[in-house]
Design a binder for this molecule. Sequence first.
Ligand code: URA
Length: 258
Amino acid sequence: MESDFDLLDAKAILEWQAELGISEAISEKPINRFEKNADEKSIVATFNPDATSVNIKSQSAIDEAVLIAANAKNLLELKSAIENFPHCDLKRGARNAVFSAGSSAAKIMIIGEAPGREEDFQGVPFVGRAGQLLDKMLFSIGLSREESDVEKSVYITNVIPWRPPENREPMQDEIDMMLPFLKRHVELVEPKVIVAMGNVSCQSLLGRRGITKLRGVWVEAFGLPVLPMLHPAYLLRNPVAKREAWSDLLSLKEKVFT
Ligand code: URA
C-alpha cells in the first residue's frame, strides 16, 4: 500500500517537473568522467538551460580556437598554441600533447585519430603497435618518417593532440574544438596530399564515416586531395584487410610521385 503511494507521488513529481520545463537528467555534482563508473553516480533532474550553457561554452571555445590557430605564424607557434589551449578536457587527463612526427617538408600529411597510451607517454604520434605497422606500410612504398628527402618523407599528426581516457573515440565537441588547429596545421605544412587514417579522421575532415566504403577513393578537404585509408589499428584486428591497404598505398604513391 505504502509503495503504491510512493509510486503515485513520484509520478506526480515527475509530471510537475516536466511542466516546469525540466527535460534532462544530469548529476547533482560535477562528474569526473576520467573516473571509472562515473556514470553510476546519483542522478537528479535539472533544467534545460544547463545544456544550453554547455553548448555556448563549447561554441566560445571553438571561436577562441579559430582566433588562436589563425594567429600561429609557424609550426612552433601552433604547437605552443595547442599546448596552452585550456578548453579541451582531454588535456587534463593526458601526460603530453602529441603534435607531430616526420618532415614538415613532406608532400604527404598523414592525419590519424588521437594518441594512445604509448604516444601519450612519448609525446610522439603513432609509436605504439599501430604506429609500428604504419611505419612498415610506409616503408613498403619507400617512405619513412625518418627521411628528410621530400621524395621519401612523410609528416604525421592527429585530429586530437591528447589521449582520450581509456582510448575512447574523441567526442564531437572535442573534435570541433581542435579542428581549427588542424586546419591551420595543414595550411602551414602545405602538403600535396592528405591521408585520412580511419573513421575519426574522415569524420573530422570529410564529415563522413564508414571507412570500409570511403577507403581508396580520393576526395577533397581543406582544398587538397585526401585519401581515406584503413587505420593500422583496424588492420591489426583484421589482417585480411591489408590487401585493401596495399592497394591504397599504391594509389598514394602513384598520385604523389608520378
Ligand atoms: N592511433 C592514432 O590514430 N594516432 C596515434 O598517434 C596512435 C594511434
